[in-house]
Design a protein around this ligand. Structure first.
Ligand code: SF4
Ligand code: SF4
Length: 121
């Protein structure tokens, strides 16, 4: 079974361009939405994302909506803790595909790290 983990030097989910996330208002509170939009920088990347190191500059203080944590996902998406693993893997794959492409090195690295095996058909 694949086990979710965040891989280093990815950062696909730090590409915040709201044009690619039409459902934001469904899971962010008005205050969070304001914060989110204030973080969108050049090319749609988060202003806190270091594009050279591909790391978050405020990692310990990153907002709630950046955190892959059971409580946050239950609250934001209605995902129960048992579903978190598979849901998080899908979220990352979607983000990585959108930002880097489905045949990108980032996708390969992610799938290898989590132990994801493509199903035929
Ligand atoms: S898309 Fe997933 S693997 Fe990539 S930085 Fe975000 S949480 Fe980590
Ligand atoms: S605050 Fe950090 S984790 Fe959140 S989107 Fe920005 S760079 Fe990524």
């Amino acid at each position: 079974m694949a086990t979710w983990q965040c891989v280093k030097q990815c950062g696909a989910c730090c590409h915040l361009d709201p044009a690619y996330r039409p459902d934001l208002d469904e899971y962010l509170s008005p205050e969070e939405m304001e914060l989110y939009l204030s973080m969108v920088g050049e090319g749609g990347w988060c202003v806190n994302f270091d594009r050279t190191t591909r790391e978050c500059r405020i990692y310990p203080y990153r907002p709630r909506f950046c955190r892959v944590e059971a409580e946050v996902f239950e609250d934001m998406y209605g995902i129960c803790p048992e579903e978190l693993n598979d849901f998080a893997i899908e979220c990352c794959q979607e983000q990585i595909e959108g930002v880097y492409g489905d045949r990108s090195l980032e996708m390969l690295r992610f799938n290898q790290a989590v132990g994801y095996i493509y199903k035929e058909g």
